[in-house]
Design a protein around this ligand. Structure first.
Ligand SMILES: CC(C)(COP(=O)(O)OP(=O)(O)OC[C@H]1O[C@@H](n2cnc3c(N)ncnc32)[C@H](O)[C@@H]1OP(=O)(O)O)[C@@H](O)C(=O)NCCC(=O)NCCS
Length: 174
């Protein structure tokens, strides 16, 4: 039987859960992210407490956690840039290998995108490493497409990442 998967917004006291999931994701999928495991391990663990507290309540920044049978097994960040065009992003998406292909990633991105839409955005962006074909196919299946923008990966300047965007459906009757 497939495990049941649920997603909830991070709670203020879940800094240690955030640190555990983030370091697990950087250890397991270093090719996918703009930060290295070494970077994350250098960060004061208390700063994950600050991040969790902020992401639990901020209208611009959030983290959503995936659970299987009550155990944390994935995450995604969602944020709105603090700039004039206020672009919205999902990033740091990761699902533990044991629960992949069960639509946990889809649930995380959909819940994060829904939350961003509730904050008033109509487009959600994601930077995807060009070598990460799995993530490209995953995001394309969810309705994301390439914008044509690309840049060097922050953690590895020899690799490039591409900017994808999804235009959210606006429910004008709501
Ligand atoms: C990308 C990721 C989050 C997908 O999580 P998931 O829970 O398996 O995703 P879902 O079950 O919702 O969707 C899976 C779909 O994504 C695509 N996909 C996922 N893994 C794939 C793989 N190994 N090869 C090809 N396509 C794949 C397929 O479209 C797949 O559909 P299918 O299961 O019907 O074949 C997960 O593979 C992961 O954490 N990867 C490592 C970190 C990463 O790349 N993060 C993205 C950074 S931009």
């Amino acid at each position: 039987m497939s495990p049941s998967l649920t997603v909830s917004r991070i709670a203020a006291q879940q800094g240690s859960v955030l640190r555990e999931l983030r370091t697990a994701s950087l250890r397991e999928a270093p090719y996918a992210f703009g930060e290295t495991l070494a970077d994350a391990l250098l960060v004061d663990p208390a700063s994950f407490d600050d991040t969790a507290a902020q992401h639990a309540h901020s209208p611009r920044l959030s983290t959503f956690l995936l659970y299987t049978e009550g155990h944390p097994c994935g995450l995604v960040h969602a944020y709105i840039e603090d700039s004039d065009d206020a672009r919205a992003f999902v990033n740091a998406l990761w699902v533990a290998p044991a629960v992949r292909h069960l639509r946990g990633g889809e649930l995380l991105v959909n819940v994060a995108s829904q939350w961003l839409a509730e904050q008033g955005v109509s487009e959600v962006h994601a930077w995807i490493a060009e070598e990460n074909r799995t993530a490209m196919r995953f995001y394309e299946r969810l309705g994301f497409g390439p914008t044509g923008d690309r840049r060097a990966m922050p953690a590895n300047e020899e690799e490039a990442e591409a900017l994808y965007v999804c235009h959210m459906q606006v429910n004008r009757d709501a």
